[in-house]
Design a protein. Structure first.
Length: 301
């Protein structure tokens, strides 16, 4: 990971942009999410590309790449929100990486398939980015707690430690947190865009994966040596990933013998909770105490 580069903080009245680097979403869902952002006090500029369709993508690769670069290069834009996940963000990485290397850091918010873009930004650019709610699936129905987490985290205001579900292996660790959607991170193994977990606290979350599928992906991470030097692991809520008993049995089996703290139930991403989690900053994980605390500012004030 390059030296940490924090984006400028986001304040009420600032201009934010909306692009769709992956799958397409319906116009009404996008508009509801945009109105929710406006109610939070931001001026919202939606790229015309966000409404495009090409098969299941929000436009062809070149168009999605161009919209992403344009939003990040626009000096009047203080933050970038992604429309949704699905699939397609990894396809545009070779089209944008050289152009993004020349740009200053900017707030990017998303999860799911956006993990490939967030991982590229933390790993190759050194940017601090944000695993948080997206336009079409989330912003119109955030809880008060999740809205507060979004605004305070992006604004550089004090936030409370995030409450976790339960420990898988007790212990305390501090380090830089990286990660995101498990299936996307696994798909990046063996590519120039793989995220390095060594000496990091690793966040893994996903949705609609059977326990045997989670077992396969975690086994692949182990066989690739990706988890061998991790400081700690914290799993998301793993929504709709089998019964809680079977899910936790797999997580314990695949990570409980690594000799590091492991926790379950961080409410960010695909689950019911939509807390905004900065990636690329130092955190303190207390698995036994069921809490994760961000211990440095994620934005430049």
């Amino acid at each position: 990971m390059k030296g940490r580069r924090r984006p400028p903080a986001l304040r009420p009245g600032d201009k934010v942009a909306v692009v769709a680097p992956a799958s397409a979403a319906g116009r009404q869902k996008i508009q509801r999410g945009v109105r929710a952002l406006e109610r939070l006090g931001f001026r919202v500029a939606v790229s015309p590309q966000a409404f495009a369709r090409d098969g299941h993508f929000a436009g062809k690769d070149e168009r999605r790449a161009k919209a992403l670069v344009a939003a990040l290069a626009d000096r009047s834009v203080r933050a970038l929100f992604f429309v949704r996940g699905g699939f397609g963000a990894a396809r545009i990485l070779p089209l944008v990486e050289r152009k993004l290397e020349r740009l200053p850091p900017k707030i990017m918010v998303g999860y799911s398939d956006a993990t490939s873009l967030l991982g590229f930004a933390t790993e190759k650019l050194g940017w601090v980015v944000f695993h948080g709610p997206m336009i079409a699936p989330d912003l119109a129905k955030l809880s008060a707690s999740d809205r507060r987490s979004l605004v305070r985290t992006l604004g550089g205001l004090a936030t409370r430690p995030i409450r976790l579900g339960e420990p898988i292996r007790r212990g305390v660790a501090e380090g830089t947190i990286v990660g995101g959607c498990l299936s996307i991170l696994v798909s990046l193994l063996g590519t120039p865009y793989a995220v390095d977990f060594a000496d990091r606290i690793v966040f893994l979350e996903d949705v609609n994966e059977e326990p045997y599928s989670l077992d396969r992906m975690l086994t692949q991470l182990r066989l690739a040596g990706a988890l061998a030097k991790a400081r700690a692991i914290v799993f998301g809520e793993m929504h709709n990933c089998g019964t809680r008993r079977r899910l936790l049995a797999v997580l314990r089996d695949r990570t409980g013998d690594l000799g590091i703290p492991v926790a379950f139930g961080l409410p960010s991403g695909h689950g019911r909770g939509k807390q905004t989690l900065p990636l690329g900053v130092r955190v303190r994980l207390d698995a036994g105490g069921r809490r994760l605390e961000v211990i440095e500012k994620a934005v430049a004030l």
